[in-house]
Design a protein around this ligand. Structure first.
Ligand SMILES: [Zn+2]
Length: 410
């Protein structure tokens, strides 16, 4: 069961001296424009950056995460906009060898994942901001010892983590460091089916389930980007809860796990892209509305909420199902999965359902207006179909989701 996986993680790291801390909220007071997207690093960021040497300490947590930049990827077998990440941090004097070894032991000994199916991709050496950086020989030999021949050496593009930019990093100083990623081989029948297929192919055969980052450096972007050593070198170790559950439950699709099955089984149709979009987006909305009611609108968080609601409604329309027949039931199934660990989820129901229905009225007017414009455009140009460029235009200017277009003509 899923909860055991979460408890196993927390128990394992607590037994190694890590202190358990709570998940940070998705709506973080320091980041006004977005949702909390990464694992617990948001709440530990200041400690890792501290210019003063701090006594080494260790913390572990399970963090609720929401990635708005993955909304459009939802619908395949692996991508989610809302998910949970289990994380452990060692801050100050962190030991990279211990971090990767502990992670490997957790997956193979505690969770009994077949180690022959685990692959590692790792940074080895590259120039970062004009400075040559390499992984220690000791760490590289440990990696090749535990993963045998299943090691792929990546570059700074694939295996060097750097904190995202944007408005959220106020002083333009970004943490960074070499990243070791662990992948699970779902089998040679999936993906490109080439003999030399490897995790860096990204073809669907290998599922990234975990990583450790040696946060040893920062880059100061205020002048010419310069790589500098952190006073408190740290490690961050992470597993994706739903992805590991997928392996433990022996499923090829993340939406078949117990994190989704109670929701997807409410539909009489077999699992498809639209059912996945509805279940994923609804979960995201539940967790956002559990913290605050956010009206759908044009900017920042409001825009993200609007996108989630419109995509969810579009999927209902494509399935030719009525949202009102499903929303309450789906929300109560999601509450059952999460309310013990996140009691706040039960607060979302009332405001979320009314917000979705209120916005549906607005959205339908938008669709109607857009559909009329498209029909007019076709008539004026004496054509029967619009091309990709026009699809973009009507999406950007009239708010018509591209997926909705076929419904206008049927
Ligand atoms: Zn491949």
């Amino acid at each position: 069961m899923n909860v055991d996986l979460i408890e196993a993680w927390l128990n394992y790291y607590q037994s190694k001296g890590f202190r358990k801390i709570q998940s940070a909220p998705l709506i973080h007071p320091l980041f006004p424009t977005s949702f909390n997207m990464s694992a617990g690093i948001v709440q530990l960021d200041a400690k890792i950056r501290s210019p003063k040497k701090i006594t080494s300490h260790k913390e572990c947590l399970v963090q609720k995460c929401f990635r708005h930049f993955d909304i459009s990827k939802v619908g395949d077998n692996t991508h989610l906009s809302f998910f949970e990440m289990a994380t452990s941090f060692e801050i100050g004097n962190a030991n990279e060898e211990i971090a990767i070894n502990d992670l490997w032991r957790f997956l193979t000994d505690n969770l009994t994942i077949d180690e022959k199916k685990l692959w590692i991709t790792t940074f080895s050496q590259d120039r970062i901001a004009n400075k040559p950086i390499s992984l220690s020989k000791k760490l590289l030999s440990l990696i090749s010892h535990i993963a045998k021949k299943r090691v792929i050496y990546g570059s700074k593009e694939t295996n060097f983590w750097q904190q995202g930019g944007g408005t959220e990093i106020k002083d333009n100083i970004r943490l960074c460091g070499p990243q070791i990623e662990l992948y699970y081989d779902l089998g040679s029948k999936l993906g490109c089916q080439k003999k030399d297929c490897n995790p860096l192919d990204n073809c669907g055969r290998f599922l990234e389930i975990a990583n450790t980052i040696s946060i040893k450096y920062f880059i100061d972007y205020n002048q010419e980007p310069k790589l500098k050593n952190l006073v408190n070198p740290s490690t961050e170790t992470v597993i994706g809860i739903e992805r590991v559950a997928q392996i433990l439950e022996n499923k090829t699709d993340i939406f078949e796990t117990l994190f989704f099955q109670p929701l997807t089984s409410q539909f009489s149709k077999s699992l498809n892209k639209d059912i996945k979009i509805i279940c994923d987006h609804l979960k995201g909305l539940i967790f956002i509305f559990a913290e605050a009611k956010i009206e759908p609108g044009r900017n920042y968080r409001k825009r993200i909420v609007r996108t989630l609601i419109r995509e969810l409604l579009t999927s209902f329309y494509i399935l030719r199902l009525k949202p009102k027949d499903y929303l309450a039931k789906l929300i109560s199934e999601a509450e059952k999965i999460y309310k013990e660990r996140y009691p706040e989820v039960i607060k979302a129901r009332r405001t979320l359902i009314s917000t979705i229905f209120e916005h549906e009225v607005v959205f339908q007017k938008t669709l109607e207006k857009g559909a009329n414009q498209i029909k007019k455009y076709l008539k004026e140009n004496n054509i029967k179909k619009i091309g990709d460029k026009e699809k973009q235009f009507f999406r950007n200017n009239y708010g018509i989701p591209t997926r909705y277009l076929p419904l206008i003509f049927t």
